[in-house]
Design a protein around this ligand. Structure first.
Ligand code: TXA
Ligand code: MG
Length: 341
C-alpha cells in the first residue's frame, strides 16, 4: 500500500477515505491518532491490523461535544463524567462511561464501557464534523512504540500500512490524554496525562482513585510494554547532582555509545547524542516521545533519561510513561529495578 502525506489544507481526501471505511492518521493536541469511523467494525479492524494491536485493547472514540457523548452512552450520565467534560472538553481528557450499542464491541475491546474524548485540535475536529460520525483513534504508532507527535513519526511506524497521514505539525502536549473511569464511583484514574490528579480532584470535589495504589482495576492497554524506542531506556530517577554524576559515569562504562536526555549540565558526561530538556515535567512531557525517536536514529546502545520523579500535575504522567518505557530504573537509594516484561 502506498502511504500519502496530506497537508492540512487538503483534508477532503482524508475525509472521503474515512467515509469509505479507510483508516487515516491525523494530528490531535496530545499525539497523532490513527482514525476510522467508530461505528464501522470493518474499518476499525484495520486500525488493529495496521498497529499490530492486541484485540483486547480498546480504542478511544473521538467526538465533538457532550451531546455526542450522550449518543454513545447507556443510562444516566455519571456525575463525574459530566463535571469533567464540562471543565476540560475539548481537550486532553478521556472519560470511560457505560456504553450503548452505537460503538461496536470490537472497538471497545468487548467491554460494556466506552472511552470517549473530544479533541481540541482543529484538524481532528474538522474530520469528525465532516465525516459526521465519531472517530475511533488510538495513538498512530506500531504497538509498543513511542506515541507519534509528528507526521514523520507516523510515517516511520506505519508507512506502507495505511493510505493517508495528515500533517498538522507538532502535537503541542506531546503525550496522551488523561483517562478517568467514570463508570465507577469514586472515579478511577486509569492513565495519568496532561491534566493532573490534583486538578481532577479539585474539579470533582472528591477523591479520584489510582490503580495499583488504590484498586486493582486497569486500562487494558496499560498492561502491555509501551512507549519504547529500539535502544533500551535507562531512567536515572535521582535528586542529588553527586548521585546523578556517579550513575552517568558508571553507565558510560557499560554503554559507551549511550545517548542522553537531560538538562544542559549533564551534556559533559556523554560522548554520544544529547538532547537538552528542562528539568520540569512539562518540558519532559513535551519532548519525551519525540526525543526517544530522535535519539534512537543514531542507534545508541542505550537511551538514558535524567529526571527526578514527582506526582504533581503532568509529573505523574511522565513517571508513568518512563516506567513503562524503561528496562532499568536507577533510584537514589541505589536500588536497581530491572523491568522484564
Ligand atoms: O491522547 C489520546 O488519548 C490519544 C489521542 C489519539 O486521542 N489516544 C490514545 O489512544 O492514546 P490509545 O489507544 O493509545 O490508548 C487508549 C487507552 C488504552 O490504554 C486502552 O486500554 C484504554 O485507553 N481504554 C480504551 N477504552 C477503554 C475502556 N472501555 N475501559 C478501560 N480502558 C479503556
Ligand atoms: Mg497508544
Amino acid at each position: 500500500m502506498i502511504t500519502e502525506i496530506l497537508s492540512a489544507d487538503n483534508l477532503s481526501r482524508g475525509i472521503d477515505a474515512l467515509k469509505n471505511g479507510e483508516v487515516v492518521a491525523f494530528p490531535t493536541e496530545t499525539v497523532y491518532g490513527l482514525g476510522a469511523d467508530a461505528t464501522n467494525s470493518e474499518a476499525c479492524k484495520k486500525i488493529f491490523e495496521a498497529k499490530g494491536r492486541p484485540a483486547d485493547n480498546p480504542l478511544i472514540v473521538h467526538v465533538l461535544d457532550i451531546k455526542e457523548l450522550e449518543n454513545v452512552l447507556t443510562g444516566q450520565m455519571p456525575k463525574s463524567a459530566q463535571r469533567l467534560v464540562e471543565k476540560f472538553w475539548p481537550g486532553p481528557l478521556t472519560v470511560i462511561v457505560p456504553s450503548n450499542d452505537t460503538i461496536p464491541l470490537l472497538v471497545r475491546g468487548f467491554m460494556p464501557t466506552v472511552a470517549v474524548r473530544s479533541p481540541s485540535h482543529p484538524i481532528a475536529r474538522e474530520l469528525i464534523q465532516a465525516v459526521g460520525r465519531p472517530l475511533a483513534a488510538p495513538s498512530a504508532n506500531r504497538s509498543g512504540r513511542p506515541s507519534p507527535t509528528r507526521a514523520a513519526d507516523v510515517w516511520q511506524d506505519l508507512r506502507g500500512r495505511i493510505p493517508y497521514i495528515i500533517d498538522g505539525g507538532n502535537s503541542p502536549v506531546g503525550l496522551e490524554s488523561t483517562i478517568v473511569d467514570c463508570s465507577v464511583d469514586p472515579p478511577l484514574l486509569l492513565r495519568p496525562g496532561f491534566i493532573g490528579l490534583q486538578t481532577l480532584e479539585s474539579v470533582l470535589g472528591g477523591r479520584v482513585l489510582r490503580p495499583g495504589a488504590d484498586a486493582p482495576h486497569k486500562a487494558p492497554g496499560m498492561k502491555y510494554r509501551h512507549y519504547a524506542p529500539r535502544a533500551p531506556v535507562i531512567w536515572i530517577n535521582m535528586k542529588e547532582d553527586y548521585h546523578i554524576e556517579q550513575a552517568l559515569l558508571q553507565l558510560k562504562e557499560e554503554f559507551p555509545g549511550m545517548a542522553l536526555m537531560a538538562s544542559r549540565q549533564w551534556q559533559r558526561c556523554v560522548a554520544g547524542p544529547f538532547l537538552q530538556v528542562e528539568d520540569t515535567a512539562q518540558d519532559i512531557a513535551h519532548n519525551l516521545f519525540s526525543g526517544f525517536r530522535e535519539l534512537d536514529q543514531a542507534k545508541p546502545d542505550a537511551i538514558v533519561v535524567v529526571w527526578e520523579e514527582n506526582d504533581q500535575g503532568v509529573g505523574l504522567a511522565v513517571a508513568n510513561r518512563l516506567e513503562k518505557a524503561c528496562t532499568k530504573q536507577l533510584t537514589w537509594e541505589g536500588c536497581v529495578r530491572q523491568v522484564t516484561d
